[in-house]
Design a protein around this ligand. Structure first.
Ligand code: ACO
Length: 271
């Protein structure tokens, strides 16, 4: 396994990642990001999110699938609860210190965190969250940032932010509404109730639920099936599908024509 970040000089080192509680491995066309702070249930910090953003910036060209998973009993118990204390997370501040930031700096700080999540929707990759155990708050949003979710039967999704006085701001609200619809999204967020595997599949939050011991294989199988499709066609199709909800039927038909012309020219143009 090639445990590097694509050979870029600006890449983040494995030891730096380990300190943050992350692992990152590239094996051919598949990159795997592992939340690796199991003793703290893979709680996430600003350092986690900026490392995720840097991983995204340096993904090698050959990568087509990005798997996001968690080590230990949980996928992720969400934001590090030390953020709620006056002391905060060493070197990263706290909500108390953030509260006194100016508007522009504060917005930039949240935007920086969101960058760790946004790249997972890039059309040229397919991101798969392999989710088991708790996926709470930022953990749920990280799973929602991925294109696809394969869950273990013990999964427990919970959008805890409103119960803590916050809003989900790590890019999770849009995919949640798109997946489950507005009324269900309101109900899930404002009650912060737990959604298990069977309901997650029924609501469209997960593509597939499998016994915990079969999660890794199920993700591997899905990745293999995705990789069997031509990359150019896969990228163009994902781009089309992503744009579909924001376009009228006529606009979407135009977008289909334009993508298809590129495909056919790429495949069949002579000389
Ligand atoms: N931040 C920091 N530490 C955490 C977090 C967290 N979010 N979640 C768990 N831990 C730590 C615990 O403090 C404990 O540490 P310790 O062994 O040093 O005492 C360790 O992880 C294990 O946690 P337990 O609670 O003992 O594990 P258990 O399996 O019983 O419960 C559960 C897991 C349900 C996830 C529970 O830990 C929990 O409710 N965590 C907080 C969830 C939360 O509210 N997250 C914030 C959501 S909002 C957002 O993400 C923006």
């Amino acid at each position: 396994m090639d445990a590097n970040l694509g050979g870029s000089a600006e890449a983040i080192s494995a030891s730096e990642l380990a300190e943050i509680g992350l692992r990152y491995e590239v094996d051919g066309a598949i990159a795997t990001i592992t939340l690796d702070r199991p003793d703290k249930r893979n709680a996430q910090t600003f350092a986690t999110w900026s490392a995720l953003a840097r991983i995204g910036e340096h993904i090698p060209d050959q990568v087509r699938i990005v798997v996001v998973k968690g080590e230990g009993p949980s996928f992720s118990a969400g934001i590090d609860l030390r953020m709620f204390t006056p002391e905060g997370v060493p070197g990263q501040g706290s909500f108390v210190s953030a509260a006194s930031l100016g508007e522009t700096t504060f917005e930039r700080r949240i935007a920086d965190a969101q960058r760790g999540f946004l790249w997972l929707r890039r059309p040229d990759i397919v991101s798969i969250a392999a989710v088991h155990g708790h996926a709470i708050g930022a953990g749920f949003q990280l799973a929602l940032a991925c294109d696809l979710r394969v869950v273990a039967e013990d999964v427990k999704f919970c959008m805890k932010e409103p119960a803590l006085g916050l809003v989900p701001d790590l890019t999770g609200t849009k995919p949640l509404v798109e997946l489950v619809g507005l009324p269900r999204a309101i109900e899930l967020c404002l009650t912060a109730r737990v959604v298990g595997a069977e309901e997650a599949v029924r609501l469209g939050l997960a593509e597939l639920a499998v016994p915990a011991g079969e999660l890794a294989q199920a993700v591997q199988d899905l990745a293999g099936a995705l990789l069997a499709t031509d990359r150019g066609a896969a990228t163009a199709t994902k781009r089309l599908l992503q744009g579909a909800l924001g376009r009228s039927l006529e606009e979407q038909a135009i977008a289909e024509r334009r993508e298809q012309i590129v495909r056919i020219r790429t495949l069949f143009a002579s000389g």
